[in-house]
Design a protein around this ligand. Structure first.
Ligand SMILES: *Cc1c(COP(=O)(O)O)cnc(C)c1O
Length: 421
């Protein structure tokens, strides 16, 4: 979304207010060309013969977005068997899917293995059980290098008391399990957490993984997870992927030479690929002036975009209905019966009731974390691709809220009212 000649437009020059009028609000809008730009940026950052980017789809699992990444040649990183099934539905061949769950049952691993995905095991107990059931099977293991990193404690996964991965200190135990079961370790994986800014921190963790690799002769790939930070504000620092790509390519090439074989270098970003492509459009229901604050109350809430409340995330907000008005200070809140503040004391061009506000960075962990709290409908999703807009998920309606309810479960005689609308 850009401000062009006094008007906010999406790629291809489609006015933002036109999309809001056509699909109603609230609505999520994604620009495919921005996802593609990010994907190409990462691919081009590595000078390695076999580099592979797997899209971590928990950021946004809309089928059309999965289809785009498949079309561009990416692999897929899935954290649940349901994400695997969505990936298959979107056209990914199983061997392009990496199954990277945490604390799931042996049955779920078995399902993914039967489908034919790569399997990433993150604890010794499952490694042993899986190995006993499938001696000779090739799997990947998730190593926790205990690098302290990440934007906040909810998304930081590399520390010593983290539930993620197999501790680097338990390597001897892993080797015993490999020997006793005959399971083959084809991949090493780490994912230290989101929002890593310091390239040195990342590279230190990579070096630790290279050290571990020496113990496993059957390796085919090393997966360095994600953690690429994207800017949320104009002056935000973000991961310098070009610098990082060059540095890790050098070290990876050196490592492969000493290992004696060309391995595949893998990354599995979510946020980096889709965050900036997304815009969330809401309508201002009410301007409420109290003694201390001017609230803009909008037709959405923590049910649709929970990141500000859950992670303290900062999303840029602009008034697309009045781009050239004079600036005023607003606190933007939702309509949920609970405190759901999107932003405090933000400078926006003057907001009138009915104005459309746009939230930036709404492509990752926004729709995929949405709920029906307060029995509200989840919004539609629209994709802008090659200058045209496509509805890629419709807005929910009452029938969707009722779909799973057993409406006449209690023997009260009176059937539930057929159509309460
Ligand atoms: C969530 C997750 C990612 C993606 O993280 P981003 O910060 O969105 O890039 C990658 N790998 C695994 C295993 C994850 O759980």
């Amino acid at each position: 979304m850009n401000l062009q000649d006094g008007q906010y437009v999406f790629s291809g020059g489609i006015p933002v207010t036109e999309i809001a009028a056509r699909y109603g609000t609230p609505v999520y809008v994604y620009e495919a060309d921005l996802m593609h730009r990010q994907y190409r940026r990462l691919c081009d950052a590595f000078s390695i013969p076999n580099a592979r980017i797997c899209y971590a789809c928990k950021a946004n699992t809309n089928l059309q977005i999965l289809r785009l990444f498949h079309h561009w040649g990416a692999g897929l990183d899935c954290v649940s068997i349901q994400e695997v099934q969505l990936g298959i539905k979107a056209g990914f061949p199983p061997h392009d899917i990496l199954f990277t769950p945490n604390c799931v049952s042996l049955e779920e691993y078995e399902k993914a293995y039967t489908i034919g995905t790569l399997i990433n095991i993150d604890n010794i107990s499952i490694l042993e059980q899986f190995g006993q059931a499938h001696p000779g099977a090739k799997v990947c293991i998730r190593i926790n290098p205990h690098i302290m990193a990440g934007g906040n404690s909810k998304i930081s996964t590399g520390h010593i008391d983290s539930k993620f991965g197999i501790s680097i200190h338990q390597l001897p135990h892993v080797l015993r399990v490999v020997e006793s079961t005959g399971i083959r370790i084809a991949g090493l994986h780490m994912h230290t957490g989101s929002d890593i800014l310091d390239v040195e921190v990342f590279l230190n963790a990579c070096d630790i993984l290279f050290g571990v690799a020496a113990s496993f002769p059957d390796l085919e790939y090393i997966d360095f997870g994600s953690g690429f930070k994207v800017p949320y504000k104009v002056d935000d620092v973000s991961t310098d992927v070009e610098e990082f790509g060059q540095e890790i390519s050098k070290r990876f090439t050196r490592f492969c030479a000493s290992y004696g074989r060309e391995l595949t270098l893998m990354f599995e970003p979510g946020k980096f690929l889709v965050s900036e492509s997304g815009t969330f459009l809401v309508r201002t229901n009410v301007i409420k002036t109290t003694v201390s604050t001017v609230f803009a109350g909008v037709d959405s809430g923590l049910n649709h975009l929970i990141r500000p409340m859950f992670y303290n995330a900062w999303h840029s907000i602009e008034n697309v209905s009045n781009p050239e008005g004079r600036s005023r200070i607003y606190t933007i809140v939702g309509y949920i019966c609970e405190t759901d503040t999107f932003a405090v004391d933000r400078k926006l061009t003057e907001v009138h009731e009915g104005d459309i506000l746009a939230f930036r960075n709404a492509g990752a962990y926004c729709y995929s974390m949405a709920s029906n709290y307060n029995s509200r409908y989840r919004p539609p999703e629209v994709l802008i691709w090659e200058g045209r807009d496509y509805l890629i998920r419709r807005r929910e309606e009452l029938a969707d809220l009722l779909a799973l309810q057993q409406q006449d479960a209690l023997p009260f005689g009176e059937p539930a009212v057929a159509d309460p609308s």
